[in-house]
Design a protein around this ligand. Structure first.
Ligand SMILES: Cc1ncc(COP(=O)(O)O)c(C=O)c1O
Length: 396
């Protein structure tokens, strides 16, 4: 019998972060003197541009160290509205949040009632499903298969629909697959959502990280804006993950609820961070730096593909990502689970990766490898993965 009063049962439906097991094991190996290359991070290896740091410091020194406006500074909301793919009213349709994760949380809080169902592609970033469960919603997984470029077929969305379904979540460029849908796909999906009166929550935090055409935002279809909710942040674009600043753009009724959710959970985003964000979004030189970071990831993506071409019969199948900063490597040919692959690669080759199943059952046999790491680590790490796979096949 427990010696404390009952806890929130919803937490039994979500596990600890699956990357923690890998991180703990990496730390233990490092402590034992082993060299380990970690290719697990979802965090840019670039530093936040100095000018953004200076803008934050100036704001602190000028006294912006107290509570700020809970919706966000008007000039910051204006700067956010100015960069969106469609007109949004900065007064009533934008909320500044504590990073993309908090934007997503306030979006779900605003629309979900207990027992509502939300459709989420499998594989997807784990928080998309976990947050729904924490808010007493039900997750319906929609397979996003490799042979379909990791985009769920429209038929799959349709088959997953139930009378309780209230929303679907999309995230392009996608974590972990790097998928970016063509405009027509997005248009058809938004039409489907409109037909069934569903919210579309579009998580666009990787919007600036693309390797071909610029991804189309879900906001680009004015006829659908009444059921679109945009989640975004400055984390990945400006290497500002630790600053914790993002935003929600949505119809006024959603923002009104989200504002209440935000006021009652974080009060406001720190005002000096809001000032730094306004600077990041409006200073032209910062857009140049963001583009340079994108070029850095593109260079590493090419590096990975070049190395891969040196291993013509590899058991690892590699599709170049169209966006974000991950490779979702297909090792299904080895007939091992994703956990086994990660454990063995760590123990035998000293490479830390995230098991594909951290993103849903469809990630079985896959691993996520980040390219948000130095060129040297990406090269050494990826070669080690290919050599290990070769050794497995030859030893089998
Ligand atoms: C798909 C996706 N959405 C949202 C986030 C959260 O980003 P933020 O730092 O803005 O909270 C992440 C972070 O890895 C992510 O991968």
């Amino acid at each position: 019998m427990s010696n404390h009063p009952p806890l929130n049962q919803q937490f039994t439906y979500i596990g600890q972060s699956p990357t923690i097991a890998v991180s703990d094991r990496m730390l233990a190996l490092k402590a034992a003197g082993r060299t380990v290359i970690s290719l697990t991070a979802g965090d840019p290896d670039f530093s936040t541009p100095n000018e953004i740091i200076a803008a934050g410091m100036r704001a602190m020194q000028s006294g912006l160290t107290h509570y700020g406006p809970s919706r966000g500074f008007p000039h910051l909301r204006k700067a956010i509205a100015a960069k969106l793919a469609a007109p949004y009213d900065p007064e009533s349709e934008i909320l500044v949040t504590h990073g993309g994760v908090h934007a997503y949380y306030t979006a779900l809080q605003s629309i979900l009632n207990p027992g509502d169902a939300v459709m989420i592609p499998d594989p997807s970033w784990g928080t998309h499903a976990n947050m729904v469960r924490l808010l007493r919603g039900n997750v319906i997984s929609v397979p996003a298969l490799p042979e379909d470029g990791f985009l769920p077929k429209l038929q799959a969305w349709n088959s997953a629909l139930t009378p309780q379904t209230r929303a679907l979540v999309i995230n392009y460029p996608a974590n972990p697959t790097g998928a970016v849908p063509p405009r027509d796909y997005l248009k058809a999906l938004l039409e489907f959502a409109a037909q069934h009166d569903l919210w579309v929550i579009s998580d666009e935090v990787y919007e600036n990280l693309y390797f071909a055409e610029k991804p189309v935002s879900a906001a680009s279809f004015p006829e659908h804006r009444s059921h679109v909710i945009l989640v975004n942040s400055l984390s990945k674009t400006y290497a500002m993950t630790g600053w914790r600043i993002g935003y929600l753009a949505a119809p006024e009724a959603v923002i009104e609820n989200a504002l209440k959710a935000s006021q009652n959970s974080i009060t406001c985003v720190a005002p000096f961070i809001q000032e730094a964000a306004a600077f990041a979004l409006t200073d032209e030189a910062m857009q140049v730096q963001a583009a340079e970071m994108r070029a850095g990831y593109a260079r590493r993506r090419d590096l990975v593909m070049r190395i891969y071409s040196e291993y013509p019969d590899s058991a690892v199948a590699v599709a170049p990502p169209q966006g974000a900063f991950y490779f979702f490597l297909d090792l299904r040919a080895l007939k091992l689970t994703a956990d086994e692959i990660c454990e063995q690669l760590l123990d035998q080759a000293g490479i830390g990766l995230v098991p594909g199943t951290a993103f849903g059952p469809c990630g079985q046999g896959f691993v996520r490898m980040t390219i948000a790491a130095s060129d040297e680590d990406v090269e050494k790490g990826f070669r080690a993965i290919l050599d290990w796979a070769k050794m497995k096949v030859e030893g089998a």
